[in-house]
Design a protein around this ligand. Structure first.
Ligand code: BGC
Length: 735
């Protein structure tokens, strides 16, 4: 093989020299493909394979097409987000990329049978890494069955702004929770020998102006927050690829941001390939900063990582070695995930009840009971239950954009005016809460009113024993949303609650919403976008077949005035003709003044009381914590007992928060425990030292300072049912 190695990119007239083609006959024989030797490391295999490529073959790996936008799809491409033709003579398969974290997105295909998981926030609400892994494994297997070998999944942007239209794709506001859940989902996807990404690296934390905004933040605070979420997700999930976002970070575009790539590839030692988001590349120079692959070239002004990159190497502007490295990184990702050893074939997907069961468990564990005046679980003897609104007769809402999964049988409604033109509509997944409720209460008359006329809905509620309002907030990529429920649903809820004191509200929302009527209702359930079996999951929780064990992965504010940025940055900034009015236009700054004090830490810092705190959620039973022991030293170890002191079996999520020095408390661990009545379990948790450290940007490292650390054990952020103090020893950790 050594003789096939050539200094392609080192020669001045790049492309003029074509060396390295293997004799066609020998190329198919295993001996001629030493990179297929599985006993070698992925690095070595990538090195051997890249060395056998011609310059143009290597270059062909560095940019992907966007089949959805191509008039003629290349052979082997499916209608989807990304495609890179394979290199058959070397055994490199076609690379077929599909969105996204919640299932195999349709990308305009009809009659798909992919299984939609509940939203990312629902998954995060389970606080159960096993559910995230199982969900990833299930959607990855569907992607594989259809012939995809890269899933554009692993969204882990922190919820810094509850109005972000993509919060439903992400996993909450805390770096440990988000990183853990995203990492497990990635691990699950990749267990199918396909690549998962993690995205959108980094600080693509609002959609308004996403192509033009400059996210400004203190570099140390960034390490302690959004970057830490990525770092944890990458450590757990080992994704083959990381997708950089559209926005700028401290002045440089994410896909051209040398400082961000230095953290990712240098400090963290991650070996995969950085792919751009679709339309996020501005010049071939991005390669110098650390971008390895340009995605969806049809959205760029030119194929920057094609001829212009070649020319830049020939002109000596980009070292040839860098381009070799870019190709090797792509190959490393393919080898490490098993794509090369377990090639996919294109196939059809049929509905699979086992897959639906995975989605159902996630939905059941992710539902969060936020209020219960004793009305829940529902008794089976009601004479009449009035269901109101939210298309509860037909299905459950889902979020829009590139991640949209549309199983056959979904209800598709026109999106609100001003929505991005390319969204598929407001999609209701075909799992009817009404049918599921009726099935559990055969003797009860279950009625449905669409909720469009509050007086009519109130009349239906008045004649019933119990009223359940399904309140929805559709959110989507490429736009952001106010926290107030749309379509006057606050007035609808108020009218129904006035008519019937036994009113329950079930929310199907992309993220937190304002709940000004909460004191007037008897029960409140946050069901998020609950996916393929959402209706069943809602009914199972309402009737107490399942103990609600979801806990909020995000704070619910009382008003937008409490947020670090009460007004949404960039809102109302008009884009010139021809540009997308929501995401493009003149550049502006988003000042992340809260630094690492995201979400609940901001509330502690500002001494504000949210409507519902991070970590909050009720059960049908009660738990008590006792016998706290804390141990300091180089890190923090915490033990305590959890006892189910109620009369039903249930699951709890005790949470440990720590505050070194005078900083706000931060989540350092939790455990999901399932307990029979009277049962006790001892929980022991050791904190990742980075969570009790601060980041020293001057000498890049984590620094644990000697001194006291305050520890809380509680049911949510700010809840100190048990409290203790211990001392930490000073130490330094690699960045
Ligand atoms: C989104 C990505 C997605 C890509 C391909 C972009 O607009 O931001 O999350 O993976 O499109 O569909």
């Amino acid at each position: 093989m050594a003789s096939a190695r050539r200094p392609w990119f080192a020669c001045t007239a790049l492309g003029a020299v074509v060396l390295g083609a293997l004799p066609a006959q020998g190329a198919d024989a295993p001996a001629a493909r030493p990179w297929m030797n599985r006993s070698l490391s992925p690095e070595r295999r990538a090195e051997l394979l890249e060395a056998a490529m011609t310059p143009d073959e290597a270059l062909s790996l560095l940019h992907s097409d966007f089949p959805l936008m191509m008039k003629v799809r290349p052979p082997g491409a499916l209608q989807s987000a990304g495609f890179i033709p394979g290199i058959p003579r070397l055994g490199v398969p076609d690379i077929r990329e599909t969105d996204a974290s919640l299932g195999v997105a349709n990308a305009g295909r009809t009659e798909d049978h992919a299984t939609p998981l509940p939203s990312g926030l629902a998954l995060a609400s389970t606080w159960n890494p096993e559910v995230a892994y199982d969900g990833g494994r299930m959607i990855g297997s569907e992607a594989r069955q259809m012939g995809f070998n890269v899933m554009l999944a692993g969204g882990v942007n922190l919820v810094r702004d509850p109005r972000n239209g993509r919060n439903f794709e992400y996993v909450g506001e805390d770096p440990l929770l988000a990183g853990t859940m995203a990492g497990e989902s990635i691990r699950g996807i990749q267990s199918n020998h396909i690549v998962s990404t993690t995205k959108h690296f980094v600080l693509n934390d609002q959609e308004t102006g996403r192509h033009v905004l400059d996210a400004v933040i203190d570099p140390a605070a960034l390490r302690e927050s959004d970057l830490l979420a990525f770092q944890i997700a990458i450590e757990r999930g080992q994704p083959g690829s990381v997708m950089c976002g559209y926005n700028k970070i401290n002045g440089a575009y994410a896909c051209e941001n040398a400082a961000m790539f230095a953290a990712l590839k240098g400090d963290w030692g991650w070996k995969g390939w950085a792919m751009s988001d679709w339309g996020a590349v501005h010049s071939p120079g991005a390669a110098l900063a650390g971008l390895d692959q340009e995605s969806g070239v049809q959205l760029d002004q030119e194929v920057f990582f094609g001829a212009p990159l070649k020319a830049a190497v020939a002109a000596g502007e980009i070292p040839a070695a860098r381009v070799h490295e870019m190709a090797r990184r792509v190959l490393w990702g393919l080898f490490a995930a098993g794509v090369m050893d377990h090639p996919v074939t294109v196939g059809a997907l049929s509905p699979d009840p086992a897959h639906a069961a995975v989605a159902r468990r996630a939905a059941e564990e992710g539902l969060v009971l936020l209020k219960n005046d004793g009305i829940l679980p529902l008794a089976h003897g009601a004479r009449r239950i009035a269901l109101i609104g939210g298309h509860a007769d037909a299905g459950v809402l889902s979020g829009g954009g590139s991640s949209q999964v549309i199983p056959a049988g979904s209800l598709r409604l026109p999106p609100p005016p001003g929505s991005p033109v390319w969204v598929a509509g407001m999609i209701y997944h075909p799992s009817s809460p009404m049918k599921a409720i009726q099935a559990r209460a055969p003797q009860t008359e279950v009625t449905y009113d669409d909720g469009t006329i509050p007086e009519r809905a109130a009349a239906a509620a008045r004649g019933a024993d119990i009223a359940v309002v399904f309140a929805t907030q559709w959110t989507a990529e490429a736009t952001d949303f106010p926290l107030t429920l749309p379509d006057s649903q606050d007035a609808l809820i108020a009218a129904v609650a006035a008519a019937n004191p036994h009113t329950i509200v079930v929310l199907e929302t992309g993220g937190p919403v304002l709940t000004p009527w909460v004191d007037r209702i008897a029960g409140l359930v946050e069901a998020w976008y609950p996916g393929a079996e959402g209706g069943e999951a809602i009914a199972a929780v309402l009737f107490g077949e399942v103990d609600p064990s979801g806990r909020l992965p995000v704070t619910f504010p009382k008003s937008e005035a409490e947020l670090p940025r009460p007004g949404l940055p960039g809102a109302g900034v008009a884009a010139p003709e021809g540009l997308d009015p929501k995401t493009q236009g003149p550049s502006f700054t988003v000042n992340y003044l809260e630094g690492a004090d995201v979400g609940y830490r901001w509330y502690e810092r500002t001494h504000a009381q949210p409507q519902f705190p991070f970590g909050y959620g009720l059960s049908y039973t009660r738990f008590r914590y006792s016998n706290l022991q804390v141990k300091g030293g180089p890190t923090l170890t915490v033990s305590f007992d959890v006892t189910n002191v109620g009369s039903r079996a249930g699951a709890d999520v005790p949470q440990v928060y720590a505050a070194p020095g005078d900083r706000p408390h931060r989540l350092v661990g939790w455990r999901k425990v399932r307990l029979a009545p009277g049962q006790t379990e001892r929980v022991t948790l050791a904190a990742d030292p980075r969570l009790i450290a601060d980041f020293d940007a001057a000498q890049p490292s984590w620094r644990v300072s000697a001194g006291p650390v305050d520890v809380h054990v509680g049911e949510f952020a700010g809840d100190a049912q048990l409290q203790a103090t211990t001392r930490l020893e000073a130490s330094r950790l690699k960045p």
